[in-house]
Design a protein. Sequence first.
Length: 665
Amino acid sequence: MVNLLLTGSAVASGNAAKSVLGIVPFEWGEVIRRIAENFGRMWWEFFTGISPREGLYIAPLMLVLAGLGVVVFLTSPPNPLSKHGEGEPEIAFLRWRTGLVGLLVVGWLVGGTLMIATLDTAFWHFKRYQIPFLALLFPLAGWGLGRVQSTKWKVESTEYRVLSTEFQVENREKIFGTPVRGDSRMTQRMRSPAGWFRIVVIVIMGGVAVWTSGQFWGHYLLNAGYVYEQPLQMARWLEANTPTEALVAVHDTGMMRYMGGRTTLDMVGLTTAGAADYWRNGPGSVAEFLMNERPDYVASYGPGHGFGLGMVADTAVYGELLAGFPVNLDARYNVALAADFQGIYQPDWDLILNQQVTSSLQPYGDNYFSGWKGRPNIPSDYVNVADLRDEAQSNYAWRNAEQLPGFPTEVHQFEYIDCAIERCELVDGGRLINGEETFDLRPFHDSGDGWDVVLVTRVHPMYAGTLDIYANGTFVDTQWIPAIPGKWLEIFTLIPEEIARNPTHIRIVPHVLGGYYMPYMHMAFSKRIEERPPTTISEFQDGAIVLSNTAIVYEADTHQMGIHFEWYTEGNASGDYVVFVHVYDDVNEAPMAQADMRPGNGTLPPGNWLPGVLRDTIMVDLNTIPTGKYQVAIGFYDPVTLERLMPTGGDEHGRLFIGDVEIRP
């Protein structure tokens, strides 16, 4: 409630960043499994006293003896002082109070460790979250050890007094049946075996305590050294080399902010409001968060970091490395605040943000659409995937059909397969999806009148597959993802005027075998209509693909041949096919030269063509061919199965001969 009053959020930022309940995507089955696993492991290590990394850290008998100590309270054993007064109300009160203490202790241990089990960090940093419960085991074990005995009690002298709000008991003879004298004393006559057992246990536990204290001291010195070599030196560098008003993005906040004297942006979200949600979504969202906030410096982990910061560091989001701080870590021991390498970087935000990240950068878009108010590269609306604020504004939602083994988002810096501008390297964050995604776009601006809309989706085509596109609940089309990893690709989808609304609800269902659909941006443009050309040279896929015109252009000075195509489709072409161009001396022999490329300079499988005309050019290098006259053939083939489409007017091998080229000296 205090957190809600002071921050407006009922969830502490630390819990948002570290709790298993904050995993993305959230799945109750996975949450329960991880909590149960943490809880079971925690109590197993309490029982054995052994941690996989630190080894022995408490005496193995500790939990057993502590359990006996809890039993002392829960069973409220007959008190030797209550021998003759067990039915008296004051004695009943003491028994009730002792039992209540036992219940509170059990509640603290079970409930507290269960809460700790909800943390991803339950076992981090030498079990620091478990320390309050480990500490309680020691006095409980002392009580339990006191119970391990075979004895009979003899009261020699005592004084007993019970005080409450309602009564005071001082009638000692009534309670004990014998006169009392002197100070309160109780002696216990123990049998010899029990006494020796207790001595042995105390010696063993004392020896373990001495051993683990020495081990901890070694770990402490090691980690203090790492803190000195990395966070402290980084903080001192920031203090000496950056302006006092600088904003510094960090991962481990305390030392950087306290010793560095600079305002920090906590990428994990422990001290920066809202950042934890980006952190839980993975490096793609972290990169989007940094691009929104634009810190002056980044002082953090980078390459090789196990939580994805290495992926961000590989892009321009981190920028130029100004200072590096490597350390030689001892892999045998727990390391709290260090990595093999940390650095201080300076991003070039002008370079990053000058890229038109919310515009279509792929050529051949002009064949299909115009932008808002006729401007070709300005979408009417867009969704920047992995940017949580932008996703929220567009009612973006996603789900996976199965649990991801890694991050739900990634960030990359790629070139486009083909680019409409001179420099087309782009940094962007996106998602990994094998279920589906939904979002809203507003494709109209100036009026309520509808028109055909083109949805442009930027993807990382890591895996081949297909996308089923729905608009306002109506199936629109199936689009194709060719496998071209390490590049950006834009996929165009036509949404007819009669379906489009303002807003238009989009649903995309991927079918990717053994991989993921990886969207990074969705944009809406208006459709440019172009009539079907009057001529037809050949048809593929029963008329779904029409070749309306070709031209062979030979450049004698460079010995390059360009084949100019004019394709047309009603929008029913399908599949991921590659165009081949063969140059033959003898059509029954292997081609003398060839070129293989998807239309659109590698960007447009026929399954992604929109209704209308597509003009394209494929270049073939003829430098290795002697002078003479050669036949030119074209066709389509599947890049996976190598099966060819059969053209009308072609031969039995799926080749369509379109003319000759003469190579001159």
